[in-house]
Design a protein around this ligand. Structure first.
Ligand code: SF4
Length: 226
């Protein structure tokens, strides 16, 4: 497998936000979202066998929640899926953050999928693999990163059209964050003011929860490995 970093921190997003978590960040992505904050994953990385990754995770004990992220982790499904099976058998709770561009049907059902459906402002909204909607389970979450009113309406309508609120554990509306942040640990680095997003959500009574990336409010927003 090709990795960028493996570390232990606080989960910053989703309904697991605030929980201690091990992050395994895989190298490579086939999308180029306009607001991507992980461009450093596009190239490079180091190679490890599944055994080595498993050992690295074990070395970060006693945390038992693991998130695979990237980049796009499903580009390495051939190695990742067997590793997931092993970790589940060892009692780990697993999450994967994915764009939903690659098929997700073979991801073990016990894994919590956080599927980041791309809105128009990302420039990648046409890349979504629609059959992945059938692969969602009540463990999963669907996230939308929202840059403006057009993105908000896309997320709101997608949520309603596909009845997401009744199918998944959480629908997450996340204000976009600049990929050139200042050192300030506050909402000034959001390209859409969270207050504006909340006002739209309240006006529509949308069945979604506001998702702030809390690690960017705890540490300097550009800091890696946290
Ligand atoms: S899918 Fe994720 S890693 Fe890939 S370009 Fe988009 S935000 Fe960046």
């Amino acid at each position: 497998m090709y990795l960028i970093e493996t570390y232990k921190s606080i989960q910053g997003e989703s309904s697991f936000a605030g929980l201690p978590c091990i992050f395994v960040r895989l190298a490579g992505c086939n999308l180029r979202c306009s607001w991507c904050d992980s461009e450093y994953t596009f190239k490079g990385g180091y190679s490890q066998s599944i055994d080595q990754v498993e050992q690295t995770i074990a070395g970060l004990a006693p945390v038992k929640l693991v998130e695979f992220t990237g980049g796009e982790p499903m580009l390495q499904a051939k190695e990742l899926l067997p590793l997931m099976d092993r970790l589940l058998a060892s009692g780990y709770q697993l999450m994967i953050e994915t764009s939903g561009e690659r098929p997700l049907a073979d991801v073990p059902k016990a894994v919590h999928k956080i599927m980041d459906v791309k809105c128009p402002g990302s420039g990648e909204s046409e890349r979504f693999h629609q059959p992945n909607l059938e692969a969602l389970t009540p463990r999963d979450e669907v996230k939308f990163v929202i840059t403006d009113r057009r993105d908000y309406e896309f997320a709101r309508d997608f949520t309603l059209t596909h009845n997401l609120a009744d199918q998944v554990r959480a629908v997450l509306f996340s204000p976009a964050f600049t990929n050139r942040p200042s050192l300030e640990r506050d909402a000034s680095n959001c390209t859409l003011d969270p207050r504006q997003l909340v006002e739209w959500m309240l006006a529509d009574g949308v069945s979604a929860r506001l998702n702030l990336q809390i690690h960017k409010f705890i540490w300097e927003p550009a800091k890696k490995g946290v």
